[in-house]
Write a protein that binds this ligand. Structure first.
Ligand SMILES: Nc1ncnc2c1ncn2[C@@H]1O[C@H](COP(=O)(O)OP(=O)(O)OP(=O)(O)O)[C@@H](O)[C@H]1O
Ligand SMILES: [Mg+2]
Length: 455
């Protein structure tokens, strides 16, 4: 019906023109009818092709716009349907674009938050556009929209930022950040170029925490300085004696007799130091591999007591050993566990009072929390004790409460550092309790050996 109306509308002008010709110009009516028929037929063919191509395009538009509810209208309604489909398409594209932008935005946000280093993006006015979680943890929340100078108030960083905003591409600065514990940071500031608008992203600031690296650097420098210092003293003494014996006391047999024992003592001290340093570096090297062996605690204690018996007698000291019946085997490297007890009992003898007793206790205990049970081995002395401020530092290399006394007793200051590393390797803990004037207790806690280790 609609098609017929369209055809009539297209053929009407021809029919009117030919009708007028018949009326005024004597055109034969049958010729005019034939002409109208032919023109209408030609129009019908054209209209049919045109409608088919329009309908196919509309079908496609409806499919793309996702409108399954709308059916294709007939020829007369095509233009309206086109307009509706185009409006729907436009709406859908806009919605798709908005959700893609939102997804990209939240994705980027998540990526930035996943970066463990603090990252801040600022605009040309130095205002924060984005800050990841690490940055908020370091600089405080609520950064976005504020001037970065309010939270990252460090002259070096702000100077670097000014240079970047002035057109420089990249700046690196190192600075320390005050707090409960002062931290060191490297700041990388990079210009983003692009739009000159004041609110466009202009620079990104990335901060790297260098505290641990700086601490290691300092420790290494201190360690080299300490080791050299410890070796320099006996070496200087030895050289002094050698020069004397080669020079003024060349023929003095009596002087040689006096000097030689001291020279030997100094040489032994150097040898002990080198051997302790080597031992420490070996233990550190395999600290991450859990020892697979097992060790008989009673046997270890007996070996140490035999070796230190003479020293105990010289100090008029005695040993008291108390081992719970269940505590026999330890999981670990027997040589290293022997080294632990040797160091702790040697300290108890060196720093305990004359005429007192050194107690060695072994017992099984419940681990703190709901962990595996542990074996505790405690070495207690009745010495002068250690002031609380020294306790956390005792396991540092070369740390001594009274350096002169330790040296006089032949100590290198490495014993407890070695103990700590061995205990770490065995996944155990070392705890120290002490009371000034009463004595100290050093307790090593090790995991109870499993059935395999006990086998
Ligand atoms: N039982 C203890 N009582 C009091 N002070 C102690 C005791 N054990 C260790 N210390 C203090 O801790 C310091 C470090 O001990 P550590 O065993 O590491 O070194 P050292 O005994 O001086 O030398 P080394 O053990 O290398 O021969 C000692 O110099 C001493 O000041
Ligand atoms: Mg010691």
């Amino acid at each position: 019906m609609v098609r017929l109306r369209a055809l009539a509308a297209v053929a009407a002008p021809t029919a009117i023109a030919l009708g007028a010709l018949c009326w005024f110009a004597d055109l034969a009516v049958d010729a005019a009818v034939l002409a109208v028929g032919l023109v209408t037929l030609a129009h019908a063919a054209l209209l049919w092709r045109y409608e088919r191509s329009l309908a196919r395009t509309l079908d496609h538009a409806l499919t793309v716009s996702g409108d399954v509810t709308m059916s294709r209208p007939a020829v007369g309604g095509l233009s309206g349907a086109y307009a509706a489909a185009c409006a729907r398409l436009e709406g859908r594209w806009k919605a798709d674009l908005a959700s893609a932008a939102a997804a990209a935005g939240t994705g980027l946000e998540r990526v930035l938050d996943g970066v463990p280093e603090p990252l801040v993006v600022i605009d040309r006015r130095r205002r924060v556009l984005r800050a990841n979680r690490a940055a908020e943890r370091l600089l405080g929340g609520d950064l976005v929209g504020r001037d970065i100078a309010g939270s990252l108030r460090h002259p070096a960083v702000l100077d670097a930022l000014d240079r970047i905003l002035g057109g420089v591409q990249h700046q690196e600065v190192e600075f320390s950040w005050p707090g409960a514990v002062e931290r060191s940071f490297a700041g990388h500031v990079a210009g983003l170029g692009g739009a000159p608008a004041e609110t466009a992203p202009a620079a990104v600031i990335a901060l790297y925490d260098l505290t641990a690296v700086k601490r290691l650097e300092r420790l290494r420098a201190d360690f080299v300085a300490n080791a050299s210092h410890e070796l320099r003293t006996p070496l200087a003494t030895l050289l002094g004696f050698i020069e004397t014996l080669q020079g003024p006391a060349r023929e003095d047999r009596e002087a040689a007799e006096r000097f030689l024992p001291v020279m030997r003592q100094q040489a032994e001290r150097m040898a002990r130091l080198v051997s302790d340093l080597l031992s420490l570096s070996r233990i550190e090297l395999d600290e991450h591999t859990l020892p697979s062996g097992r060790a008989d605690l009673r046997q270890i204690i007996q070996t140490v007591l035999d070796a230190l018996e003479r020293q105990a007698k010289e100090n008029d000291m005695t040993f008291a050993v108390e081992l719970d019946p269940g505590v026999t085997m330890l999981a670990g490297d027997p040589d290293q566990l022997l080294q632990v007890l040797q160091n702790l009992i040697d300290n108890a003898l060196k720093y305990g009072r004359r005429g007192t007793t050194v107690r060695i206790r072994g017992r099984q205990a419940a681990a703190p929390g709901a962990g595996q049970p542990i074996i505790e081995i405690a070495v207690s002395d009745e010495g002068g004790g250690i002031a609380p401020e020294h306790i956390p530092r005792l396991t540092e290399r070369f740390y001594r409460v009274d350096t002169a006394r330790s040296r006089a007793l032949g100590g290198t200051g490495l014993g407890l550092a070695i103990v700590k590393h061995i205990v770490n390797r065995h996944r155990g803990t070392l705890s120290i309790s002490s009371e000034l004037g009463r004595g100290s207790t050093f307790t090593v806690a090790l995991p109870v050996p499993g059935p395999m280790e006990n086998g």
